[in-house]
Design a protein around this ligand. Sequence first.
Ligand code: DNO
Length: 411
Amino acid sequence: MAFEKTWRWFGPDDAVKLADLQQMGIEGVVTALHHIPNGEVWTAEEIMKVKSLIEEHGMRWSVVESLPVSEGIKTRSANYDRLIANYRESLRNLGQCGIDTVTYNFMPVLDWVRTDLHFKLPSGGEVMLFDFPTFVAFDAFILGRPGAEKDYPPAILEKARKKYNSMSHTEAETLARNIIVVSQGFIDGAVGNSSDDYKKAFLEYINSYRDIDRQKFRSHLAGFLEEVVPVAEENGVNLCIHPDDPPFPVLGLPRIVSTAEDIEWIINQHDSLSNGFVFCTGSLSVANNDRLEKIIETCGHRIHFLHLRNNVLLPENCFHEYGHIFGCVDMYGVMKLLLQEQHRRIRTGRRDTRMPLRADHGIKMLDDYGREANPGYPLIGRMKGLAELTGLETGIERALIEETDVPVPVK
Ligand code: DNO
């Protein structure tokens, strides 16, 4: 077979239209109801509007990315009951409307973090960079998070101070805005575009975790799963948690979806297919590059969504994104194991054999420079990535069939 080729689409305002995706041979759309505020119910009516639009263009709504888990659920604050009831209701509605794969994450306050959204490659293409000393400069000196200086080794702090001292006021503000607002707003994050004093709002969110350590945060995730996995199961939905990006603690906040052990812990909380994860090579490789294949071998049966892309790992926890085939991730090895997992599902009669795949992020290139796009989501760079991944997949699939001589169903 082959993985379902999907594309992250940000709704009718996206510069890439559904008709464009159809031309590109996309089978499944990955999207969310971005117009519904974080924490509110996704009604069947609103879900059906988007679903019909996608189907009118000959595709299916393959994956929800994401049904956001509000901060109030993660911190178990006073409005927890209302938020969890809304979450369950949205899941029920999604299932009843025939949407079977729902992504979420459980990262405190910030979804993903990068310090440079426009890092130039020697080729002239542009990717995103995470530079640890720059991030520390943001945390300790621009944001001035109380106690931040104590969280870092003196050598890194010193580098961060030098970076900060060499930044202009505008550069420092741009860095803060990129981290808190620009990279979060379009994915329905906690601090959206609306907050005037976004740094203050951000610090307040961080402060709401003051009594939540890793263990307690794990118990919050376990409680969340207890509430939502049965609803997902009853309504034919496979939930999948996205790994932390980057997969290590930031801003003194607890992180619990970073390592192979974390993923095992999560899938063992509920022995249910509805309790799965997103296999995101871009996020996981930063801390687990040598264990990616192990993760597929031990937890592969719970992978519901594939985010494939590559990174270049740099010293001191720094990395920048790259294309899709070359970089720290052995994409050939990963792809082969994933295809074997798909074959296993077909052989054992599982119903979730589509294994939706999207080329995650991409290098900004060519006429991407003239088109509006959310950070990380250029059209040409992602399309090149998807084409490359499809080629690799096709070659491996053919070789696997010839090797094993087992006829694999053709689509
Ligand atoms: C960024 C994405 C994340 C991801 C969410 C899933 O490009 O990888 O925003 O979609 O964390 O919940």
